[in-house]
Design a protein around this ligand. Structure first.
Ligand code: APR
Length: 244
């Protein structure tokens, strides 16, 4: 893997890194990505599963799907890319990890400074009173969980298409992108906004922007350096440079 002198020296010296991750970083753990020929959205309709109106029309179907995703996620483990980022966080003074993933694998790998732009599949809340509920059990008898306080319908804490991001999270991500010296965008097709704005914001504020992805993406022409390949193979190499 050809890594530039600029990236090598930044990895070894910078005190401020911001990272954006997408579904591609969890692919090697066995979590399907969304786009591309074999992506989830080539098999399922996001308009039937990942928006509020669809949920209100058929909460059973949506819960069945999230329960299926949760089952998969509970049976996989973080991979070397997740662990490399958790280790980098320990070694860099100002390190912010912004993720579009809801799979909780960054936290399971030990990352703590994680901004979850699209929510987390392990959390749910009541659409009536807003109460958060952990570990909601969905079963054949109980296909749509209800709130024990107000009997409102409980929904997964996932940001669906057309919905606002969690309050303050994107603002914090933008601040981190503004101030970082090195910005890494990893395993994302960079077609979903406002997340895809972050690498551009970082570049505008003088950061060196590096893309790590299996294939070129919508933002490959705007970044300083693109490393094509698997995140689980490239991130450990970058960590090794930092540890030198
Ligand atoms: N290593 C690096 N990159 C990979 C790997 C890998 N092992 N496997 C796949 N990729 C790349 C693909 O080439 C693709 O460009 O990861 C990218 C995944 O893109 P998407 O499937 O579009 O996922 P993402 O960008 O995270 O989607 C953004 O869209 O569906 C919504 O809310 C959902 O958060 C998601 C958002």
């Amino acid at each position: 893997m050809n890594i530039s002198h600029k990236l090598r020296s930044l990895l070894q010296n910078t005190e401020s890194i911001c990272v954006l991750t997408g579904a591609g970083i969890s692919a090697e753990s066995g979590v399907e990505t969304f786009r591309g020929s074999n992506g989830l959205w080539s098999k399922l309709k996001p308009e039937e599963l990942a928006n509020f109106d669809a949920f209100m029309r058929n909460p059973e179907l949506v819960w069945e799907w999230y329960n299926y995703r949760k089952e998969i996620i509970h049976h996989v483990k973080p991979n070397p890319a997740h662990f490399a980022l958790a280790r980098l966080q320990e070694m860099v003074k100002d390190f912010t990890l912004v993720t579009q993933n809801v799979d909780n694998l960054h936290r399971r790998a030990g990352s703590t400074n994680v901004l979850e732009l699209h929510g987390n599949i392990e959390r749910s809340y009541c659409i009536g009173c807003g109460k958060f509920v952990a570990n909601v059990e969905v079963s054949l008898e109980n296909k749509v969980p209800h709130c024990q306080s107000c009997n409102g319908i409980i929904r997964p804490d996932i940001v669906w298409f057309g919905e606002m991001l969690p309050e303050g999270v994107f603002e914090a991500a933008t601040e981190a992108a503004d101030r970082c010296e090195l910005f890494l965008t990893i395993g994302t097709s960079a077609v979903v906004y406002p997340a895809a704005n972050l690498p551009i914001t970082a570049r505008k504020h003088g950061a060196y922007v590096v893309e790590i992805n299996l294939e070129r993406t919508e933002i490959s022409h705007t970044v300083h350096e693109t490393l094509l390949g698997k995140a689980g193979e490239i991130l450990p190499q970058l960590l090794k440079i930092k540890e030198e």
